[in-house]
Design a protein. Structure first.
Lengths: 361, 142, 142, 361
């Protein structure tokens, strides 16, 4: 796809009707977790969008992040977005190797200096640079050099965003995150081990659509995907509210799909979109398959004290929390809870006996 | 329904009825309010089902509650088909977009007199008119 | 196409191509003008195909020329189904009303952004809202 | 169906949605041969329409007209119309006989005096009244008595309208038409042997919808159905215009579907809706099956000189008529011809050599 054609023109030439484009925009809005009311604005922006230059650097990583992204690359809406932002340089995916590949990177940098988007996956070993080099260049040097001309950087995966598993105790390579080395560029963290494919695509779609980076939280994550805990958007939340928990992986509660909190689920402290976006084209996510969330999109999730250890045990949640829900006069349900923040806040302020505020964000 | 992903359902011990997690009911209330706005002011509402927490039982429950109505429409586009079903509540439509491998891309409830995606779009009408004119010109010359 | 009556076609000697009697072409010109009015002023046109003289070859010719487009919709009513097909010219729709025995009652070409019969009607929306409210009230009381 | 409910209410109670009602109205407009632009007016009228009282009298007839009507009586739009106007009295269809049936007729007349619609099929024998009586009453006496309180009379079929086959030479029963005996009531003639079912229903729908009788031609026929000759609306008309005729029922012209004029087709002098409405749910009509029109909706059609004798032979129609069509600058075609009266008239006025004016209505 050439640089000088808009996305609207490119799609039209591929025989995509206006209806097809509307479908593309509706799905893109959904991808970006933006409300459907923004579809007209998204359509207007996407129609005029031009292909940005993108360089992808893979450092100390397991290729899981690249797999996650490219596995969603069927002839779909994601495919169209990826086609539009197609990469100028991706070491792992590139046919050319070493000096030829490096030449491509240098060309892309030169031609689009100050304008290209830099995507990074993997952490950067600073203890001993020899742990990871590309064409003889250390990861740190390549990152610093490539970051100079970037408009913004996307740290894809928990390794690039926070150091990830390489940084887990005792961190033999001296792994650090992108944000530990780069201080003068906007950095978007897209954590997850791996991140949800549509979340990666959603962030790229945002950049393609609006030419800007989305609003970020304190941990550098796009609020639109990481604004709520998995617990707050979990379909099993009503069982938590009623105090119904699985106590082991094969008891009655497990079979009935009750809350996995006591089995170590980290959903209450994990910010990610798994509970709504889900995985594999919306099929399922870990909690739906009966396993607690391990918190893979949180900094240092590997060292947080064990995947099967409960965070804390709520104080008699049956009477306290169910009472609060009843006082709000609404049917209990995660959807309702999410969509009735104010009612819930009112209820909480009237019921000071609710003592699990740390879980009730 | 075409190309629906395979659920890994968590079922109650009787094994027949999927457990509902209570997430369908609030959505139905939202639909009710949207219908009132549609009747009162012609205001349309679109709900992105990807943004709603849904257990396997919830989605089945929601679909059962919404049921099927008078109209079912299929749209074929270059980026895959879409299906728009009117539910048994007229004005409430369930829209599912598929990719060309019939996997679900996105799903919406639209509360509207007719989903926007079914309307012929001026850009496409213009192109079709050009091609009809061309075709008629050729036949006149034959 | 469902429940089409059996044609007793008068065929040319080669037996393959139905004879066209030249009645489809003028209709296509009419459709072209209607499309221009739709684009220019949003003006809709409905052509009752029962009012047009049609030989067996003509109808086949007309259907072939119009082709099929992106949208196919089926409507189920208490007095039988209807089918609305967008032709390959966006904005040009072929609507066929059937009785409950799937015999054709009437057939129209509609040049419009969406056939009126597909739109949810305020009377039905009101009735559906009442039934949804009733249903939700019962569930709240359960 | 009770008198006090409107059609709109009645349909709604039968579970017919507004969309179903719209479909009903669109089909009714088509039935009445009214343009689709009148659908909103038809919908408004039909919604408020109340069931009229209808009395049906069958005199000297073959039951073909009643068959024609009732054969279209499936659970369809026609069925709904017939349900709505359902008859208070129809001797042939009624389960009750003789004095019980007569009692029903007298009751209906008394209750709706001056308001009921009287439908008649069959001719009336006045030469010898004994040829046809009902419950001992002569056809003429029953017609005169029942007509007194009627708002209007519909003569269904060529017998009631013009005497039909019973009146054909030598007319042994002294058969006459309804209009020969009744002079002080509006009479709608719906001729045909039998009439097209949807034309009967269309006339009844008009009365039900608007409470008035449709506009009639000089022969008392609704212009909307009988306003054009079959020839003018025949799909084979372009062959006539090009001078391409079948000369026998098994020649090349017959196989190719050419014009049947030379085989005695009476379409040029026959006013009816067969060519567009067709028969059997729009399946076909005589000319489409390869046989000429016999003119069965015209007065005295039986005595017009033979079904297989050509009306007249056009003078070299190839050059003359095709020349006229070409001068009009339009593609030849019956649809176009019908829809371009003015262009054709202009062309004719410029080409005085066209000598078959008797056929070019």
């Amino acid at each position: 796809m050439s640089y000088d054609k808009t996305l609207g023109e490119a799609l039209r030439r591929q025989g995509v009707s206006r209806r097809g484009f509307m479908k593309f925009c509706a799905t893109t809005a959904s991808l970006m977790a933006l409300p459907p009311s923004m579809v007209p604005a998204i359509a207007a922006a996407l129609e005029q969008a031009r292909r940005p230059s993108v360089i992808w650097l893979s450092f100390q990583e397991c290729t899981g992040c690249t797999e996650s992204l490219t596995r969603s690359h069927s002839p779909t809406v994601e495919g169209l977005i990826l086609g539009q932002i197609s990469l100028d340089y991706h070491h792992t995916l590139q046919a050319a190797a070493d000096s030829a590949a490096e030449h491509a990177r240098e060309e892309a940098m030169k031609e689009n200096y100050g304008k290209y988007l830099l995507i990074v996956d993997g952490s950067i070993p600073v203890g001993n640079p020899g742990y990871s080099t590309i064409a003889g260049i250390s990861n740190k040097d390549m990152l610093l050099e490539t970051a100079k001309g970037a408009a913004a950087i996307v740290s894809v995966g928990t390794c690039a965003a926070y150091g990830g598993i390489p940084k887990a105790n005792p961190n033999p390579t001296g792994a650090v995150a992108v944000s530990d080395l780069i201080k003068d560029k906007p950095i978007i963290n897209v954590p997850g081990c791996p991140p949800i494919p549509v979340v990666i695509t959603g962030v790229l779609a945002h950049y393609l659509t609006f030419g800007t980076i989305p609003e970020l939280d304190d941990a550098g994550r796009p609020k639109v995907f990481y604004g709520e805990t998995i617990h707050d958007r979990c379909y099993r939340r009503p069982f938590y509210d009623k105090g119904l928990f699985a106590e082991s992986f094969d008891d009655e509660g497990a079979r009935k799909g009750w809350c996995l909190f006591k089995l170590g689920c980290k959903a209450p402290v994990t910010y990610n979109a798994c509970a709504t976006t889900k995985w594999n084209a919306g099929t399922s996510f870990p909690i739906q398959s009966g396993h607690g969330c391990i918190g893979c999109s949180e900094p240092n999730f590997w060292d947080l004290g064990g995947f099967y250890k409960a965070l804390s045990v709520p104080n008699d949640p049956v009477t306290l929390v169910a009472g609060a829900a009843a006082a709000a006069g609404v049917a209990a349900g995660a959807a309702m809870a999410m969509r009735n923040r104010k009612a819930k806040a009112d209820a909480k302020s009237k019921h000071q006996t609710v003592t699990i505020d740390d879980l009730e964000k | 329904m075409i190309g629906r992903p395979i659920d890994i359902p968590i079922r109650a011990e009787n094994g027949d009825e999927p457990v509902s997690h209570g997430n369908a009911l609030p959505l139905l209330h939202e639909v009710r309010h949207a219908l009132e706005r549609l009747l009162a002011a012609g205001e349309e509402t679109v709900i992105d089902l990807r943004s709603i927490p849904m257990g396997p039982g919830d989605e089945a429950r929601l679909e059962a509650e919404l049921g099927t109505g008078e109209v079912s429409a299929r749209l074929e586009t270059a980026i895959g088909p879409s299906v728009a079903l009117e539910t048994r509540f007229p004005g409430v439509w369930l829209i599912t977009h598929y990719n060309s491998e019939e996997q679900i891309l996105s799903r919406f409830i639209e509360v509207t007199e007719v989903p926007a995606i079914l309307r012929s779009q001026p850009e496409d009408v213009r192109e079709g008119l050009d091609s009809l004119s061309e075709q008629l010109l050729q036949q006149t010359n034959e």
